[in-house]
Design a protein around this ligand. Structure first.
Ligand SMILES: [Zn+2]
Ligand SMILES: [Zn+2]
Length: 357
């Protein structure tokens, strides 16, 4: 290939990469009308694996709550952007993100989601004209600022080349939540936060700066409560009172995982780190029994499990919760969708969670 020809081929590839792809991806990402109804609530699980460390089967925690077609993102683990693409959801439609707590598995996918729409409008993005609002406990503001600075480094190179990022204005607005109560409302939803027990073992000097929340979303079709990561918690049970759906983390501690006094097979005492981890798993997460009891105590109408930790199968998790709770229990997979439908034309309110048709 002559140098001149190679130049034009490269130019064509560059044009395809920089100009055509964002627009075609945007078209592909349009929500599929069959799976996201214009009316009603949809809970779309994007990632259902609890804890850091990537797996092939389940992505890190992230859930999309879609109310009358409008998406709200709850948590944002690594892989969230890839799952949004696979779900056919246009990330540019997401304007509001809620972080339950700033553990790595809930927050480190944020830059990937924010970055996807960072290009300026004429290059298929929306970075110059749209504000993302990110709600979360301290230190979410620090996380958002760091994400912006991280993204900006690479886009500065684009800007230097005149490739669609000439305006590097910060489109991200963090809203830190430092107390329980109503933290957000718009014409579709009202969100109430309650501090849970996920950080209860953290030394006090850190807990003043780092919090972990559960959120209750009041929607036109029912209340949906996200536990976030938590141990048993009277505050979360109260927050979940009579909710239509409890979207909960769950852990299978397995036999003998409640903090052995010696390292299995030896007479050695576990290290301080191992003891802290065992205490964290048993007291700051939610075993099946505790989840079932919380759901019963709160009289929720259904339980949707996500953020799985432990070796149990979906059926074992369901059976483990059903021993303590008599309502419907679902074990969610990545990309599964659950619907709280709008009332039908007869006016009868369904308000019962079920996999979307
Ligand atoms: Zn987690
Ligand atoms: Zn956590």
């Amino acid at each position: 290939m002559s140098l001149r020809l190679r130049f034009f081929v490269l130019l064509g590839l560059a044009a395809a990469a920089e100009f055509t792809v964002p627009r075609s991806v945007r078209a592909q990402n349009a929500p599929r009308p069959n799976s996201i109804p214009a009316k009603g609530d949809v809970i779309l699980l994007l990632g259902t694996h609890g804890g850091p460390g990537l797996t092939k089967e389940r992505s890190e925690p992230a859930t999309l709550l879609i109310v009358d077609g409008r998406p709200y993102l709850i948590d944002c683990g690594i892989g969230t952007m890839r799952r949004l693409l696979e779900a056919g959801v246009n990330s540019a439609a997401i304007g509001t993100i809620f972080i339950t707590h700033d553990h790595p598995d809930h927050a480190l996918g944020l830059s990937g989601v924010l970055e996807n729409d960072f290009l300026s409008d004429d290059f298929g993005g929306r970075g110059r004209s749209h504000t993302f609002n990110i709600y979360g406990p301290p230190p979410t503001a620090q996380l958002v600022r760091a994400a912006y600075n991280y993204i900006r480094i690479s886009y500065s190179t684009f800007a230097a080349e005149n490739l669609g990022a000439s305006a590097l204005a910060d489109p991200f607005e963090a809203h830190e939540i430092d107390r329980d109560g109503v933290v957000f409302h718009d014409d579709k939803i009202r969100v109430t936060a309650a501090e849970n027990t996920h950080f209860q073992l953290m030394p006090g000097e850190y807990r003043a700066r780092m919090k972990s929340y559960a959120y209750r979303f009041e929607t036109p079709y029912g209340a949906i409560v996200f536990t976030g990561d938590t141990g048993p918690s009277a505050a979360v049970e109260k927050l979940a009172a009579s909710a239509g759906v409890l979207v909960s983390e769950v852990i299978d501690l397995g036999a003998g995982a409640n903090g052995a006094s010696t390292v299995p097979g030896t007479s050695r005492e576990p290290s301080a780190n191992a003891r802290a981890l065992a205490a964290h798993m048993s007291k700051e997460h939610l075993p099946m029994k505790d989840l079932g009891e919380m759901a019963t105590g709160a009289r929720v109408k259904s339980v949707l499990m996500t953020h799985f930790v432990g070796a149990g199968s979906a059926n074992q998790f369901i059976a483990g919760v059903k021993k303590y709770y008599s309502g419907p229990v679902f074990a969610g997979d990545d990309l599964a969708r659950y619907c709280l439908p709008a009332p039908d034309t007869s006016g009868a309110a369904a308000h019962t969670l079920a996999p979307c048709e």
